[in-house]
Design a protein around this ligand. Structure first.
Ligand code: TXA
Ligand code: MG
Length: 307
């Protein structure tokens, strides 16, 4: 693997049908040419990901996005407000070849985002087409938010890797579907429910007619069992604290109770705690508003509550 590759080396690898570890502002991705069924198959293989779970097409700008998907007024308003940034839009597919069937898991819709990380956009622009990039973890594990974690998870399957520093957001993009005139929140993320509703009105929640196949499986889980809403650590557990009082502990998602900081630390702390092979990882309560909805969603899944 070529580590700390240039944009050009990464684009060449994508063109050759190889996989590339790509930094984004949310989490590290494992990228491939979206048009190539062989390259996309290599992603499912590398992650051990079930093929019913579709991938997100990453593009350099909204013009590219409209080439592969059909945007109505509300999808356009969301794209204009939050791209580049941590929002994925699921819309009807326009071009079935640029994002191949396997990448979409055979669906008539396509998930698209314009990443906020400059290096990601530069590589995509140098490549010249949509790039699918699931989180660079092996399926079911916490997403990598540092270069080292990404290389540890799937580096052996990648031809090139780009070090873009630590991910600023730390949880995966908000996924919103805009289909048949309905808007639904399929996965909470850094773009909050309130921010979306301020723009397009009330949104449905996943399950009410909209589905996200990837949400059906156990996810984000370290090896140690995770216990949420914990007031204190039991014997042998590591406690991930949150807010005042957690500052002196080694493990705090945010000593000041800042949700952005907690999101940025979440997966890194789960991974670091897991490396100490504790009996379990207990996590203090995190408020459910704003970015807290995404943090609690990931924590519930890490703790084994699915659906
Ligand atoms: O922040 C992110 O989105 C990261 C970075 C690397 O960009 N990527 C990411 O990809 O989280 P992944 O593959 O781990 O998650 C994609 C999610 C899955 O839950 C999948 O089921 C859903 O998006 N998805 C993709 N296409 C869909 C579609 N057509 N309809 C409904 N859900 C879809
Ligand atoms: Mg993932």
């Amino acid at each position: 693997m070529s580590s700390d590759a240039t944009d050009r080396e990464a684009a060449d690898a994508l063109r050759a049908g190889q996989l590339v570890i790509l930094p984004t502002e949310t989490v590290y991705g494992l990228a491939a040419d979206a048009a190539s069924p062989d390259a996309v198959a290599a992603i499912f293989e590398a992650k051990g990901r079930p093929r019913f779970n579709p991938l997100i097409a990453h593009v350099a700008d909204a013009v590219e996005a409209e080439r592969i998907g059909v945007f109505d007024d509300r999808a356009r308003a969301l794209a204009a407000a939050f791209w580049p940034g941590p929002l994925t839009l699921v819309v009807p597919v326009r071009d079935r070849d640029r994002v191949c069937d396997l990448a979409r898991a055979g669906l008539d819709s396509v998930a698209i985002r314009v990443p906020g990380h400059r290096r990601a956009r530069d590589v995509i622009a140098a490549f010249g087409g949509p790039v699918v990039a699931p989180s660079a973890n092996r399926s079911g594990r916490p997403s990598p938010t540092t270069y080292a974690d990404a290389v540890e998870e799937t580096g052996s399957s990648a031809a090139a890797a780009i070090d873009g520093g630590d991910c600023a957001v730390g949880v995966e993009s908000t996924v919103v579907s805009v289909l048949d005139g309905r808007v639904a929140l399929l996965r909470p993320g850094a773009v909050t429910r309130a921010e979306i509703e301020a723009l397009v009105g009330p949104v449905d929640t996943a399950g009410e007619g909209h589905r996200s196949p990837g949400r059906l499986t156990l996810h984000y889980a370290p090896d140690a069992p995770v216990r949420i809403e914990a007031m204190q650590a039991l014997d042998g557990e590591i406690l991930l604290g949150f807010g005042p009082g957690s500052g002196e502990a080694r493990w705090s998602l945010s000593p000041t109770g800042d949700l952005r900081e907690a999101a940025a630390n979440l997966f890194r702390h789960l991974r670091e705690a897991d490396r100490e092979h504790p009996v379990g990882i207990a996590v203090a309560p995190v408020p459910d508003h704003g970015l807290g909805e995404a943090i609690n969603d990931r924590l519930r899944r890490a703790a084994g509550f699915v659906g």
